[in-house]
Write a new protein. Structure first.
Length: 939
DNA sequence: GTACTCACG
DNA sequence: GACGTACGTGAGTACG
């Protein structure tokens, strides 16, 4: 049945996961020089792989090679026995970021890289070994895992890759006391403390082998247990019969995994010099790079040249040698045969750039129209799926266009590729396409995202959209989509385009994405931001995609009733305002309002802005109201209602999805320079809370029947981070003691004992605390507290005198920014500050942003780390809670009524520990939790 | 398309 | 010494 392998072939199956762990534990903790990324395991792994590849030319060379990895997550064994491998310590933090790199290394060496969800590497190895053996091929398993010894014999042999010793039937017998065919029987009796296989208590390998040699196998032994002479041993076997049977199922390898990779993909081929040397150079493995370059007869690339990092002024790096972009060269895939040719090419390459074309921008509504693929720079294809023909009259009678594949057939062919753990999918803004594919039943993984690579390297320097990146790094302006679908009212959807017109535009995006990826991959390392990208940007993509697809239930009637109430109140206010003004005008027009106030009513002190219009912001109107003017006071009320109505009670209703009845926001991972997320369409991160009237809008965000909303938020996270970064002992101590931090600050700065603290003094200290986070200035503080500027300055001076560490932090940060053109968060996120050395007020802005960025950014990093870990934590506890929203320091879940408390405990633990082990904070992180039937009640 | 205003952390 | 400012966002409205 197995194709692509047979007599005369020799298959090497390499236990990749085994290699990684042995390399990790055997080698000292090596880190990459330029940025400290741990690479010890990768280095050991590469050396071992290289040794294997070198042997591929030897006398006993394999014709086929595959490197097999464990897939993270549950396997079928956990269904049999939940405790399986439950005593394993979590993956060491130093090892985690190295995992994807080992896959990359495998592909770079030109080897098939295989893993599959739900199965361990051992099962895949067993399946491939048996298939190849039955087809008549010779099989060598390179591993030292004793669990694989059951496969030895009949044309399958094992080699311990590290010690370079052969493991044949004799060696197996020496270890287990039985031949390979009885290994599972011995293992199921003896158990395995490493994998937490229970076995029979008190029976080890020696006794097990004795029993099996006497009775033949486990089943016979259990049937005839009464015959055992030793009473204790007999009783143990009788008492634990079921446990032994379970153990047998655990240790028996699955030889019938529905594998997704054929033997064709494992054929030995010469590694591509660019791929392998490029990877090794990025890793900064000088010795190995030089050795392999010599072997391949090419010049070694320069290793670890930080000069390759982009300069702080954001100048575009030089374009690499690539063929020019030529949309006329792209192919249109219209039938199965053509698509299969592409799929073969993808499997051979191990990666593919993917882009989708859809009917709109809202990925919860838009339909998939076509798919673009590219594996080679300059070559790309468009697979049209749902184009329609004809203008599509008013009745929508447009018909399916000719010359495209049946969508179901095409997607069925692509699904195994898109879900193959051994094939990297490269996308620009992967979250969008992931959500589109999710609605087609396809889980896109693993992925790489050029938008996020750019964000990790160049956050603060420029935007990260495809057009901007293409123009900047490829010197190429992509075909504007508007040139095809038009704008405004006459705009059409993508499916209405003729396939021939759509294809060049569509395929170009995949080509561009692939080019960007080739350019960014080495630079990501040079910019020292690989860890940030791999731990805080890329893993967030599937998490956010799921949250966005979850959405939150919104009570339309509640909003509608509020809208009506607001409309009535506004009408009343409007009449009053016109009465006071002496004429009717548009209250919503700041320009008209300014003229009424300062020209017609003659109020003094009107200030004009740069456009010549009077400023009428809330602060100005408040001042006028305080002077006793009624009209501005009414306008303030009117504006509040107008804002609530238009932005929330009205607009939110339009965002309720017809199919789900829920509101699905979209998070922009690269939206904020500091690492914060941004929320759009609608923005659910600015739902009112500060006023009573506004807060009622939160009552419209509800839980489904039988569920509650659970909200958890970090308490004072930015001040805690400030205390840590600036090293302020008094603040740290206050957080350790659980004190009221603003009262404590007030007490220190204003010399007031805590028990004599007044709300007024505390308010001032609170304003200073926040001011510090924002890059304090006397002007800003004076504005905020409505006090004279010299008074504000006196406060700040007193504060700095009491906490000199804060002043020091601010000066150090400014100096660092001026020297490097960027600042960093505690977790290594780089935030560029290109204007820090500018002249004039721009530098002042940049200075305050530079003070704020490490604080806001570290807090953002922490919640990102928590969000990445939460789905696993919930899954491990079999908890069904759904994460719905993130509001910078708050996470909102929907959870079954009885499960709220358990969920809160799990999530709180993850959130409070989220900095660990990368950063050991000097202050505790504290998370507050609340539940309720709606968001107002839960918050 | 830009400016202004205001909602959130 | 003057500049003209609190940090980070998104969205709705008016207006040219």
């Amino acid at each position: 049945m197995a194709t692509g392998i047979g007599k005369g072939h020799h298959l090497h199956l390499i236990d990749g996961s085994g290699f990684i762990f042995r390399a990790f534990h055997a080698l000292p903790p090596l880190t990459r020089k330029s940025d400290g990324l741990p690479v010890g395991a990768v280095s050991g792994f590469c050396n071992m792989i290289y040794k294997m590849v070198e042997a591929n030319n030897g006398p006993d060379a394999p014709t086929h090679v595959a490197v097999i990895f464990d897939h993270s997550g549950k396997t079928f064994r956990n269904d049999i026995y939940p405790e399986y491998k439950a005593n394993r310590p979590p993956l060491p933090e130093d090892l985690r970021p190295q995992m994807p790199l080992t896959r990359e290394a495998t592909r770079a060496f030109g080897l098939a890289c295989i893993e599959q969800e739900g199965f361990e590497a051992d099962d895949l190895i067993a399946t491939f070994a048996v298939q190849a053996r039955d087809a008549g091929a010779r099989v060598t398993i390179i591993s030292s895992d004793k669990d694989l010894m059951q496969l030895v014999g009949g044309g399958v042999e094992m080699v311990d890759g590290m010690k370079n010793v052969r493991i044949g039937p004799e060696e197996v017998e020496a270890k287990f006391g039985v031949g390979p065919d009885r290994v599972v029987d011995v293992q199921s009796l003896a158990g395995d403390s490493v994998d937490n296989v229970p076995g029979a208590p008190g029976i080890g390998i020696k006794t097990a082998a004795l029993l099996i040699n006497e009775f033949g196998d486990v089943e016979t032994l259990l049937e005839r247990a009464e015959e055992i002479k030793q009473p204790k041993r007999r009783q143990t076997l009788i008492d634990n019969a079921e446990q032994i049977r379970i153990s047998k199922r655990l240790v028996t390898l699955d030889q019938n995994v529905p594998v997704e990779v054929g033997f064709e993909a494992m054929e030995v081929r010469e590694p591509n010099a660019d791929d392998v040397l490029g990877f090794l150079a990025q890793m900064e493995f000088r010795t190995l790079t030089n050795r392999i370059a010599e072997k391949l007869g090419v010049e070694a690339p320069t290793v670890a040249a930080p000069a390759g990092a982009p300069s702080a002024d954001g100048a575009a790096p030089a374009k690499r040698d690539m063929p020019p972009i030529d949309p006329s060269k792209y192919e249109i895939v219209r039938d199965k045969a053509a698509l299969e040719t592409w799929i073969t090419a993808i499997r051979e390459r191990g990666y593919v750039a993917v882009d989708t074309e859809t009917t709109g921008l809202d990925e919860m509504i838009a339909d998939l129209v076509g798919i673009c693929l590219s594996v080679e720079v300059g070559q790309a294809c468009y697979v049209p799926l749902r184009h329609v023909e004809g203008e599509g009259d008013l009745l929508g009678s447009s018909e399916r266009a000719a010359g495209q594949m049946d969508p179901a057939e095409a997607l069925a062919l692509l699904k195994p590729v898109f879900e193959d753990a051994a094939i990297l999918k490269i996308l620009q803004n992967a979250k969008y396409d992931m959500k589109i594919f999710a609605r087609e039943g396809i889980t896109l993984a693993p992925i790489e995202d050029t938008m996020l690579m750019s964000y990790a390297m160049h956050g603060g320097l420029h935007g990260h959209g495809m057009d901007a990146l293409s123009e900047r790094y490829l010197d190429h302006k992509p075909i504007p989509i508007k040139s095809l679908i038009g704008t405004g009212k006459s705009q059409i959807t993508f499916d209405k385009l003729k396939i021939e017109d759509a294809a060049p535009y569509a395929a170009e995006d995949a080509d561009i994405t692939l080019r960007l990826w080739h350019l960014f991959k080495p630079r990501l390392h040079a910019a020292k931001t690989t860890t940030v990208y791999e731990t805080m940007e890329r893993p967030l993509v599937p998490v956010l995609a799921q949250m966005e697809r979850n959405g939150i239930l919104v009570d339309r009637d509640h909003l509608s009733r509020m809208s009506n109430t607001f409309a009535q109140k506004m009408a009343g206010l409007e009449a009053e305002i016109h009465e006071l003004a002496g004429r009717s005008f548009n209250v919503g027009s700041p320009k008209q309002l300014g003229e009424i106030l300062f020209d017609e009513m003659g109020i003094q002190g009107g200030k004009k802005g740069k456009t010549g219009a009077y400023a009428t912001g809330a602060d100005i109107l408040e001042e006028l109201a305080a002077q006793g003017h009624d009209l501005p006071a009414r306008v303030l009320d009117w504006r509040q209602l107008s804002k609530l109505k238009s932005t929330y009670t009205d607009a939110l209703q339009d965002h309720i999805n017809k199919d789900t009845g829920r509101v699905h926001t979209s998070y922009v991972i690269s939206g904020a320079n500091t690492g914060r997320l941004a929320s759009t369409d609608p923005n659910l991160q600015n739902i009112p809370v500060r006023t009573e009237e506004g807060r009622r809008i939160r009552e419209a965000f509800v839980a489904e029947e039988g569920n509650v909303l659970l909200s958890l938020d970090y308490s004072q996270i930015e001040l805690r981070i400030l205390a840590h970064i600036a090293g302020i002992d008094a603040l740290k101590q206050a957080f350790h003691d659980g004190l009221d931090i603003h009262a404590m600050t007030a007490s220190q700065v204003f010399d007031v004992p805590l028990d004599e603290m007044t709300p007024e003094v505390r308010r001032k200290a609170k304003a200073i605390n926040f001011g510090v986070i924002y890059g304090i200035s006397a002007f800003g503080l004076a504005n905020n507290l409505r006090i004279p500027r010299d008074e504000a300055k006196a406060f700040i001076d007193a504060y700095f005198e009491r906490f000199p560490g804060i002043k020091q932090y601010m000066e150090d940060t400014k100096k660092f920014a001026q020297e490097h053109g960027h600042v960093k968060t505690l977790f290594g996120r780089v935030i560029h500050t290109p204007e820090i050395n500018a002249k004039g007020p721009r530098a002042s802005f940049a200075y305050r942003a530079a003070i704020n960025a490490p604080i806001q950014g570290s807090a953002a990093d922490i919640i990102r780390r928590a969000m990445v870990r939460i789905p696993d934590a919930l899954r491990a506890a079999d908890n069904s809670a759904r994460m719905l929203l993130q509001v910078h320091d708050e996470l909102i879940f929907e959870v079954r009524e009885g499960e709220a408390e358990a969920t809160a405990a799990i999530v709180r633990e993850v959130m409070e520990q989220a900095a660990n082990p990368a950063v050991k904070l000097d202050v505790p992180l504290v998370v507050d939790a609340g539940t309720g039937l709606n968001w107002a009640a839960a918050h």
